[in-house]
Design a protein around this ligand. Structure first.
Ligand SMILES: CC(C)(C)[C@H](NC(=O)Nc1cc(F)cc(F)c1)C(=O)N(CC(=O)NO)CC1CCCC1
Ligand SMILES: [Zn+2]
Length: 195
């Protein structure tokens, strides 16, 4: 399982690189990286465990964030509703989404935007950058799972924001790239605030 010091921080070029396509069948090495990424997320969302290991509770982790410039991200979204989400003691064993997405492509996105009312943060960015991060409110994502099988997901609201944040990492984009520098907290037009 990864620990905080395995997570690459802003300033490292790997976070600004375009990641490479993942070939199937998955190599044992990439299977191990994906497992360690998901283990990080599961343990970080458990109150006792994350204290024990000093982990920031996380909902997603992209391969470039652990120094692997390949197109995949692990995502663990609890089923609890948005305003309970940031408590790391979310006991929900059932998840809205638990999995690693390989070679994801956003095939459709709504003109309507959404942004978390509190702004965003990132496991790779130690200093939070304040401001709304406008994203598409609805997206369709095509991706492959660990076996190489293709899936198509339609997402809206918080899950759509998480997926866009994690897919951005695969293209060298960080959340604060989307913040309006002049007016970070001015509600962007046509944008639904979430949470
Ligand atoms: C940056 C950080 C504040 C650590 C943020 N935490 C988070 O979303 N906490 C959380 C969410 C839950 F749904 C359940 C829970 F137990 C804890 C996060 O993981 N990310 C992921 C990241 O940095 N990926 O690269 C940032 C989020 C901002 C919007 C989407 C992802
Ligand atoms: Zn991030």
């Amino acid at each position: 399982m990864y620990l905080m010091n395995d997570i690459v921080r802003d300033g490292n070029a790997v976070l600004r690189a375009q990641a490479a396509v993942v070939e199937f069948p998955l190599s044992d090495e990439l299977k191990a990286v994906a497992k360690n990424m998901m283990d990080y997320l599961v343990v970080s969302q458990d109150e006792e465990q994350n204290e024990k290991y000093g982990l920031r509770p996380g909902v997603g982790l992209a391969a470039p964030q652990v120094g692997v410039s390949k197109l995949f991200s692990s995502i663990l979204i609890p089923s609890a509703d948005i305003d309970e989400l940031d408590e790391a003691d979310v006991e929900s064993e059932d998840y809205f989404f638990k999995g690693t997405i390989f070679n994801p492509v956003i095939t459709r996105q709504s003109v309507k935007q959404a942004a978390l009312s509190t702004g965003e943060g990132c496991l790779s960015v130690d200093e939070d950058v304040p401001g709304f991060v406008p994203r598409s409110n609805r997206i369709t994502v095509k991706y492959q799972d660990e076996t190489g099988e293709s899936h198509e997901l339609k997402l809206e609201g918080y899950p759509a924001i998480v997926f866009q944040h994690e897919i951005d990492h695969l293209h060298g984009v960080l959340y604060y790239d989307h913040i309006n520098k002049q007016d970070p907290w001015t509600e962007p037009a046509n944008t639904k605030l979430i949470g």
